[in-house]
Design a protein around this ligand. Structure first.
Ligand code: PLP
Length: 298
């Protein structure tokens, strides 16, 4: 369902050796690099252990959305895996440099990657990769979602913080495997359910549920990633006079709701048409307004 047009401009790569205050050769904290040749060492701990954290920022007509919140979350994830705090100013400038270097396009996906670095050096590796976003149009029209067991309880943050609940780590193999399982079941995406029965989030998205004039999401304390998209939508919904709340919800709460979406920074608001076999109401007009808010254009 996701394809990048063959005519899409080449991706842009910005290497950021100064992201965590590490010494840099020429003094510049970042520089453009060739995205078409290998740049990462095979002994980088992200290659050997998946040991790193990342962010994906959406840029719409050349304007990135929620850069500050994304970089703050990168710092939070870095702290969870005991990586030094990245320099937010350097990274924000490097994000801008990547977008400026890319030919103008409607939707750009800007990944900020921070790894534990080459084994033995203790110096993190950091880069930014900007590329044309996948075509998310079919997902934004509505998608079938499968409920999959995450195998962890909503108390994981307290009981087992070493499992890194709510950290955006570069070990996304499990998340991608879940999406493949959803596809085997005839769905496009996943809503994870905790072992104590509450819904969590998608493998790359936050759940938003409507109940009348109330909009609900899973509390971060349940071990989900604090979503930047849901935060933007909550601010806008409150301005519109709606109530927003974090609440633990069961699958039945979602199937009995007045609508549900999976939210993320580049795919934006994807309405759930069916959760497993149960059909949900879809509101294309409200979804379009969510899309404008999430593109920073409301
Ligand atoms: N939850 C997970 C596990 C994610 O990977 C993502 C984004 O990739 C989200 C939620 C949504 O976060 P955001 O809205 O900040 O893109």
């Amino acid at each position: 369902m996701t394809t990048t047009s063959p005519a899409a401009p080449a991706p842009v790569l910005v290497l950021v050796p100064g992201a965590t205050g590490a010494p840099t050769d020429g003094g510049a904290p970042f520089h453009l690099a060739d995205a078409t040749v290998p740049q990462l060492s095979i002994t980088d701990l992200v290659a050997t252990r998946g040991d790193g954290v990342f962010e994906t920022i959406g840029a719409f007509d050349g304007v990135p959305v929620n850069v500050g919140p994304h970089l703050a979350r990168l710092a939070r994830s870095a702290a969870q895996i005991e990586l030094p705090a990245p320099d937010q100013t350097v990274l924000a400038e490097a994000v801008d440099a990547a977008i400026t270097a890319h030919p103008p396009v409607a939707e750009l996906s800007v990944r900020v990657m921070l790894t534990r670095g080459i084994e033995g050096t203790g110096i993190p590796t950091c880069w930014i990769h900007a590329r044309v976003s996948d075509d998310w149009t079919p997902y934004r029209a509505g998608m079938r979602v499968a409920v999959l067991d995450r195998g962890l309880s909503t108390t994981v943050t307290e009981t087992s913080p070493w499992l890194l609940p709510g950290a955006k780590t570069l070990s996304y193999a499990v998340n991608m495997a879940a999406v493949r399982e959803a596809k085997r079941r005839g769905a496009a995406d996943v809503l994870f359910r905790a072992s104590d029965g509450y819904v969590l989030e998608g493998p790359t998205s936050t759940v938003l549920v409507r109940r009348g004039d109330e909009f609900l999401t899973t509390p971060v304390s349940a071990g989900v990633l604090p979503g930047t998209s849901v935060k933007s939508l909550f601010t806008w919904l409150e301005q519109e006079g709606m109530t927003v709340r974090d609440e633990l919800m069961t699958v039945a709460d979602v199937t009995g709701s007045d609508g549900a979406w999976l939210l993320s920074s580049t795919r934006l608001a994807a309405p759930i048409t069916h959760l497993d076999q149960v059909e949900l109401p879809v509101d294309p007009e409200l979804t379009a307004r969510f899309e404008a808010v999430l593109k920073g254009k409301a």
